[in-house]
Design a binder for this molecule. Structure first.
Ligand code: FES
Length: 200
């Protein structure tokens, strides 16, 4: 796998940070006030607090525990308890390649050589957690890979699948721009019910 959808841009507007994950990699996904998206390890280098519990301060992400601030490269550039100190370069949050394209936030944990998935004219509708692994979702659709699955339906739906755990994934749903979003939303709820094997 390469590019993985980790959220929809409309759910992470400027100034917001959320937790997310790709399998065992836990991340803080955040958006600067200027609209740039970041995916970082969800651990503060200081004492390990989740950075997804922090807050966006200007173009930096601040940890909620002791307020250390990290700039867009992941380097710590301000420690409130020592305001005159220039933090050493070694205080740095691991970062991952992250871009927004087509209203979807994509992360690559590996190489960025692969092109982003082709979304066509589809637009984001919603994200839906499913109690099933990404591989099992792919198997349901007979798909070879499991990161993006185009679904032939009335809505020209595309599912960008985010693998989370052995028993959970998130479907980021895109559909034709003229599709009724409420209908698409009901369709994906039915799909979730089917995938989870819960009687309707
Ligand atoms: S744990 Fe993050 S600043 Fe202390």
């Amino acid at each position: 796998m390469n590019w993985i959808a980790v959220g929809l841009a409309k759910d992470v507007p400027p100034g917001v940070v959320i937790p997310s994950r790709i399998e065992d990699t836990e991340m803080a996904i955040w958006c600067t006030p200027s609209g740039r998206y970041h995916a970082w390890s969800d651990r503060c280098p200081h004492r390990g607090m989740r950075l997804s519990h922090g807050f966006v301060r200007g173009e930096t992400l601040a940890c909620i525990y002791h307020g250390w601030q990290y700039n867009q490269t992941g380097s710590c550039d301000y420690i409130p308890a020592h305001p005159k100190l220039t933090p050493p370069d070694t205080i740095c949050v691991p970062t991952y390649t992250c871009v927004e394209e087509g209203g979807v936030i994509w992360v690559s944990l590996n190489s960025v050589d692969d092109p982003l998935p082709v979304l066509g004219a589809r637009v984001p509708v919603r994200s839906v957690p499913v109690s099933l692994s990404a591989k099992d979702v792919a198997a349901h659709f007979g798909a070879a890979g499991f990161t993006t699955i185009a679904v032939v339906s009335d809505y020209d739906t595309l599912l960008a699948v985010q693998p989370c755990t052995d028993t959970m994934c998130v479907l980021h749903v895109l559909a034709a721009p003229d599709a009724d979003r409420k209908e698409v939303s009901r369709w994906v709820e039915d799909l979730r019910t089917t995938l989870e094997g819960v009687p309707a």
